[in-house]
Design a protein around this ligand. Structure first.
Ligand SMILES: Nc1ncnc2c1ncn2[C@@H]1O[C@H](COP(=O)(O)OP(=O)(O)OP(=O)(O)O)[C@@H](O)[C@H]1O
Ligand SMILES: [Mg+2]
Length: 360
């Protein structure tokens, strides 16, 4: 896709491949264009599925680094040690398994852009190291004393409120301020409902093309339901539902029946009521309930609670991803084979989902 120079189109016109002309999104396009020509660190904030990665790529594509590497690292997917070596590299013998020297992603992104996704999941130790790269553009590989200098532009993303994380001591304040030079907030879909019709049309086109289908009409009732739904998974969720509707359609219309029950509003899930409890107190309550079902002799308290939660998170993410395990593994931040095994272990593979590796 061709990115136009900032001066050849109006400053807040939609960016290539990014749909939505609501005023909230236009503001996003405006800042994106403006920061892309600088070297400033950018912090992308917004709920899951709201388009942070799209904007991260757009910043790179619009910048004079566009012919240089764009390197994405999902900070949430790796343990502290692995992430440290992934980001900064290591020297041979610095830890068990370090059989060779390895350059890290900061070096790989030299002269280009590194996208630190889910930056909120980094540990305090790594946060110190990241602060130094941001400030001094230098670091040492794991197990090395020699300092490496890089010219790597940093774009970071968090689907947590980083300011709050910092206020509660879970994220270093100095790093937060250093990253927050230019924050870009991706508004949730429910706050820009006027973008829904164009997104639906866009994804209909994409999936018609991909599946050789011709779903070009939208039942007004379906559009109404789509407009009213609260979209906790934002654009990604919408995209998945449109894909499923296209695949399952028997005619040329996206009908109300093709939408999942949650969108049609008839599955009775008390999602909204649930939301008034905050996550932490729900966790306390959940663990309490789990423990109360065990007797004094029990020696499986950990798995009793944790496995149940794990099963639930896998089931829900799998359903958000339409049963497509490769997507779910990516969203969960776990290895695909691990996910496959867990799906079997938890008996989650008995569904009717044709998209899963093993259709039931
Ligand atoms: N405005 C948009 N126009 C077209 N597609 C979009 C838009 N926003 C998001 N998408 C699509 O939705 C999906 C999710 O977007 P993206 O990966 O950028 O979200 P995210 O904010 O990074 O989510 P997460 O926090 O879960 O990583 C992608 O497939 C992306 O292409
Ligand atoms: Mg993302």
């Amino acid at each position: 896709m061709a990115y136009t120079a900032a001066n050849s189109s109006s400053a807040d016109a939609p960016l290539p491949g990014i749909i939505g002309a609501s005023s909230a999104m236009r503001a996003v396009y405006g800042i994106t264009r403006q920061v892309s020509t600088s070297r400033a660190s950018v912090l992308l904030l917004g709920e899951t599925g709201s388009g942070k990665e799209l904007i991260a790529r757009a910043i790179h594509e619009l910048s004079d680094r566009k012919r240089r590497p764009f390197v994405r690292v999902n900070c949430g997917a790796l343990s502290e040690n692995l992430l440290e070596s992934e980001l900064f590299g290591h020297v041979r013998g610095s830890f068990t398994g370090a059989i060779d020297n390895r350059t890290g992603r900061f070096e790989a992104a030299h002269t280009g852009t590194i996208f630190l996704d889910e930056i909120n999941s980094t540990t305090p130790l790594l946060q110190v190291k990241l602060l130094r790269v941001l400030q001094e553009q230098e670091f040492e590989r794991v197990g090395d004393t020699q300092t490496v200098r890089v010219d790597t532009r940093v774009v970071a993303a968090s689907n947590r409120d980083l300011q709050e994380e910092a206020a509660e001591g879970r994220f270093r304040e100095d790093l937060y301020y250093r990253l927050n030079v230019v924050p870009i907030y991706l508004p949730p879909l429910r706050e820009r409902r006027e973008d829904i019709p164009s997104l639906v049309t866009h994804f209909l086109n994409v999936y018609n093309e991909e599946n050789d289908r011709y779903v070009v009409h939208i039942d007004p009732r379906a559009m109404e339901a789509l407009q009213e739904y609260h979209w906790p998974g934002n654009v990604r969720e919408l995209q998945n539902y449109v894909e499923r509707a296209v695949v399952m359609a028997t005619g040329d219309e996206l009908t109300h029946e093709l939408l999942p029950a949650v969108v049609r509003g008839d599955n009775g899930t008390p999602t909204r009521a649930f939301r008034k409890y905050d996550f932490d107190s729900l966790a306390v309550q959940l663990v309490h309930e789990g423990l109360s079902t065990a007797d004094d002799e029990s020696t499986d308290l950990h798995s009793r609670v944790v496995d149940r939660v794990e099963k639930e998170v896998i089931a829900q993410v799998l359903s958000q991803c339409d049963g497509i395990q490769i997507k779910a593994a990516q969203r969960l931040g776990i290895n695909r084979n691990t996910l496959h095994k867990k799906i079997k272990d938890y008996g989650l593979d008995s569904g009717e989902n044709g998209a899963s590796d093993k259709a039931g």
